[in-house]
Ligand binder design. Structure first.
Ligand code: PLP
Length: 455
């Protein structure tokens, strides 16, 4: 049980996203998870919680799906590994690439497979640089991301990420990465500005940055269709259309980071479809395998592919790839996962149950002084807490009220997540969530909020 494991955990295990000191002192004990079923997960001491965050926005089909476990086992027994360097390959990633392109937005033609969202965005950065080198414009290399965007935590993708927590003391962001304003309407101080006008302001700021830097130096813009880890913030009305027209004007590529939104989270196969985005490159991971095995990908449009073809004909092999790129076990998990999404009707369920969850949460939390906003889209919801909703005064961050609400929710048997840089409770349950399970999340969120704030 956890008690037996805790000394090893404390003394030897380096957690991702850790508080090293508190962990080493034993102040942050680890809840060791043992098994899961649907939206429920149970730890080694036998305590079960409803996981309203799908792990980390990723277990879209829910826990315990035997179909995926069997596909992984079958692949592992038949052939656990062979590489995919040119001239070689295995069946599963080839089949999976076809399934992804069949489901992808128009104009997409190839899939490059990696293992994490971070490494897929590294691939994106390299592809945009390669693209511009082949086109004979080596100075066009800057990439614009957004404050509050989350794109990974490697050196370059941690640079793309627009959360200071991921920069501090790591000497990030690295050139040539720049950040523009987050399309975060709730935090726009002046409320006489309408939502669409705010979207225009964001597009104008992007254009100002491009002009100040020189359009010939800017290669790409990267954004999540809806900001995820940075606060679950849907784009203001008209945002993507306006941004896209700026990018087109200056011949700048658009990378849609669909690590969270790919494969159904917003009630459509891709978030790009949902918001009318026409990307040149799409990042996928999480929902691709529902995290049953680590897998990511970059979906490459035909426009980019044609330049890669030209480049390799001129320069030789494209020097990019990993030992475990297109790993057959992970790809087998991906195939079974995508089949399950179709068989279980999870995309329609995300749309319907997501709308129900957000509407009911909005209703139940209405009138509470400390609930500034309930927002989201599809099966993603956020509750942002403020000192007073009338003047939207934000809490002193050291009070960590978002974390207090998440802890109170956990005490009530539901896992949500306090998102960084703000007092925001994030909810993103598995896409198989039923209305009855949504009701459990709603009731317990209201109760947790009331236990933290005296309204
Ligand atoms: N992009 C987005 C939108 C993400 O949400 C994440 C992870 O949360 C990443 C990229 C990075 O993925 P990974 O943690 O697998 O490296």
């Amino acid at each position: 049980n956890s008690n037996e494991l805790s000394p090893w955990d404390r003394d030897h295990f380096f957690h991702p996203a850790t508080y090293a000191g508190a962990h080493a002192r034993g102040e942050m004990p680890t809840r060791v998870m043992a098994r899961g079923d649907g939206v429920y997960i149970t730890d080694t001491s036998g305590r079960t919680s409803l996981d309203a965050f799908a792990g980390l926005f990723c277990v879209n089909v829910g826990y315990g799906r035997q179909k995926i476990a069997e596909a992984i086992a079958k692949q592992a027994k038949e052939l656990a590994y062979y590489h995919a360097y040119i001239g070689n390959g295995t069946e599963a990633p080839i089949r999976l690439s076809k399934m992804i392109i069949d489901r992808a937005p128009r104009g997409m033609s190839r899939v490059y497979f990696g293992l994490s969202g971070s490494d897929a965005n590294e691939t994106n950065i390299k592809l945009t640089w390669y693209y511009n080198n082949v086109l004979g414009r080596p100075e066009k290399k800057k990439i614009i991301s957004r404050w509050r965007g989350y794109h990974g935590s490697s050196v370059m993708t941690g640079s793309l990420t627009g959360l200071e927590l991921y920069h501090n003391a790591f000497d990030l962001p690295r050139a040539p990465i720049l950040h523009t304003e987050a399309p975060y309407y709730f935090r726009r101080a002046d409320r006489t500005v309408g939502e669409e006008q705010f979207a225009q302001e964001c597009a104008d700021k992007l254009e100002d940055m491009i002009l100040a830097e020189g359009p010939d130096t800017v290669a790409a813009f990267i954004g999540e269709p809806i900001l995820g880890a940075g606060g679950i913030v849907p784009p203001p009305t008209g945002y993507w259309k306006k941004v896209q027209s700026v990018l087109e004007k200056y011949d700048i590529l658009l990378i849609a980071d669909e690590v969270i939104t790919g494969f159904g989270r917003l009630g459509t196969m891709f978030g790009s479809e949902h918001y009318g985005i026409r990307p040149d490159l799409i990042t996928i991971s999480k929902g691709l395998t529902s995290a049953y095995a680590p897998l990511s990908g970059v979906i490459v449009s035909d426009k980019i592919w044609q330049v890669l073809v030209q480049g390799s004909d001129q320069l030789g092999m494209i020097g990019h790839g990993w030992t475990c790129s297109a790993h057959p076990i992970c790809a087998a998990a991906g195939i079974a996962n995508l089949e399950l999404i179709d068989e279980m009707g999870l995309i329609a369920n995300a749309r319907d149950t997501g709308a129900y969850l957000r509407a009911a949460l909005t209703e139940v939390l209405a009138g509470r002084r400390n609930v500034g906003e309930v927002r989201g889209d599809g099966l993603m919801a956020a509750v942002e807490f403020v000192e007073d909703k009338d003047d939207r005064a934000f809490f002193d961050p050291t009070k960590k009220v978002g974390q207090q609400v998440a802890a109170a929710l956990l005490e009530r048997g539901v896992i949500g997540r306090a998102l960084p840089q703000g007092d925001i409770l994030g909810l993103a349950p598995p896409l198989c969530l039923t209305r009855g399970e949504a009701d459990i999340i709603i009731e317990n969120t209201a109760s947790a909020v009331d236990s933290v704030f005296v309204n």
